[in-house]
Design a protein around this ligand. Structure first.
Ligand SMILES: NC(=O)c1ccc[n+]([C@@H]2O[C@H](COP(=O)([O-])OP(=O)(O)OC[C@H]3O[C@@H](n4cnc5c(N)ncnc54)[C@H](OP(=O)(O)O)[C@@H]3O)[C@@H](O)[C@H]2O)c1
Length: 421
């Protein structure tokens, strides 16, 4: 039996979950894997408040308890954020220790490729399976897809908060604020939900997935990112009538015009397998030239699901496996390039004659052809729903900006891309 000692930086939700899993399942893990795991030390700034959860593991608010501990061969970073996590991982690697992290903010930042290079130069492992989609083994899956052939596309539902809110708006007709409040009550949304609903959380995860699948490191601030803030139950109701559902998608796709990387709400056919992914679940749909399409669905967050992903990296590298993906080879493809989509546009107007003609003129001036038009019955503002033929995003956003300046238009229009899967 091989004994492996780990040191944990950060005893929060995931750190405590990891300690619990090792305490609960240590014997079973040893029997299954031949590895007896020991948590040798924990660094946490408020370790004294967490003594019950730490269950006798030596702890300190000085990171040297982990980094200078000769017994610790694997450092598990679960602090979150860029600093001090980045410097502590650098110190761990410099001390010859392998690293496992769940830190999407760090791995997707410019420090990510730098730390991977440092690990590679030292011939050390650096695992971050838990950084994307919690318990869904997407990093492993992408490494498998990348062994031969190439990944054609990834389409992910990577934010549980957004997916839960969309489900509540769609199935229960809750308005946006009520769906958000419910998500907060259930623990699926933070008190300040901006990072999730704006698409930024999904963008960090997309940057990591694209780094592996497309060999392309793109900083998050160069991705095209739109959130769900403008989506309302009426959009989900109309989408259903047209045979679509709306999901916040993170997309990495090779196209003839280059690599397309973006996060935005999208209409997808209601009979596509991704449309069945509801509630707070995450999912990733990968299509590659060798393996074809596959879908992974599961829990994208939570203490034990995330700790399980951390644990699987720890066990793999304790058994001498390689968990460090070959990642981030190239830099910065034209991730914000202009692409053609069909669009759903909901325009909110005064109820008076001639409005439709004014709107049609704006679309025509931007060379955008209307495929269908529909007016929802109800009080002002009247909801005009337009579906276009394929048009360039730049043309569409210019047209909508111009249309929203018309006197008849009362509120900003809602624009959703139709993702033909
Ligand atoms: N929670 C999830 O479901 C989930 C899912 C996927 C990935 N992740 C990632 O996992 C990591 C940990 O998340 P979490 O939810 O466990 O976070 P958390 O509950 O906030 O835990 C972080 C822990 O680190 C401590 N800490 C933070 N900054 C510190 C510093 N400068 N010095 C010393 N200790 C410090 C915190 O102490 P205090 O208690 O004093 O703040 C807390 O105990 C993050 O990178 C997160 O993105 C989490």
């Amino acid at each position: 039996m091989k004994e492996v000692s780990i040191g944990i930086l950060g005893a929060g939700n995931v750190g405590r979950g990891l300690i619990e899993l090792i305490a609960r399942d240590g014997e079973a893990i040893a029997a299954r894997t031949g590895i007896r795991l020991k948590v040798a030390a924990v660094f946490d700034r408020s370790y004294q408040k967490k003594s019950e959860a730490l269950a006798g593991v030596p702890a300190s608010d000085d990171p040297s308890i982990v980094l200078s501990n000769p017994d610790v061969s694997i450092v598990v970073e679960l602090l979150g954020g860029l600093s001090p996590a980045g410097d502590l991982i650098r110190s761990a690697l410099s001390a010859g220790k392998a690293v496992v992290t769940a830190n999407k903010a760090l791995v997707s930042s410019p420090a990510g490729p730098e730390l991977l290079k440092l690990a590679q130069d030292q011939n050390l492992n650096f695992g971050f399976e838990a950084a994307v989609a919690g318990a869904i083994p997407i990093i492993r899956t992408l490494r498998m897809h990348c062994v031969s052939g190439e990944v054609r596309s990834i389409r992910g539902i990577l934010n549980g908060t957004c997916n839960y809110m969309i489900t509540r708006m769609e199935e229960d007709g809750l308005d946006y604020d009520a769906a958000l409040r419910l998500a907060q009550e259930k623990g699926f949304a933070e008190a300040d939900p901006t990072f999730d609903v704006s698409g930024q959380d999904a963008a960090q995860k997309l940057a990591i997935l694209a780094g592996i699948a497309l060999d392309s490191y793109v900083p998050v601030d160069r991705l095209r990112v739109e959130g769900i803030e403008s989506i309302r139950p009426v959009d989900l109701k109309i989408a259903r009538r047209m045979g679509w559902v709306i999901r916040l998608l993170a997309i990495a796709r090779r196209t003839d015009a280059g690599e397309l990387l973006r996060v935005h709400p999208a209409m997808i056919q209601e009979d596509h397998i991704l449309a069945s992914v509801k509630e707070e679940r995450n999912a990733v749909f990968v299509d590659s030239t060798s393996a074809g399409p596959s879908l992974l669905v599961g829990k994208g967050a939570g203490s034990h699901p995330t700790a399980t992903a951390v644990l699987s990296d720890v066990i793999d590298l304790a058994r001498g496996g390689e968990v460090r993906p070959a990642l981030f080879q190239k830099t910065e493809p034209e991730a914000r390039a202009d692409f053609n989509y069909r669009f759903y546009v909901r325009v909110q107007t005064h109820d008076r004659p001639g409005v439709l003609a004014e709107i049609a003129t704006v679309f025509a001036d931007h060379d955008i052809s209307i495929a269908s038009f529909h007016q929802e019955e109800g009080p002002e503002p009247v909801q005009l729903v337009i579906v276009t033929h394929a048009a360039l995003e730049s043309a569409m956003f210019e047209a909508v900006a111009e249309m929203d300046r018309l006197r008849a238009v009362m509120l900003p229009s809602v624009v959703i891309r139709i993702e033909d899967l």
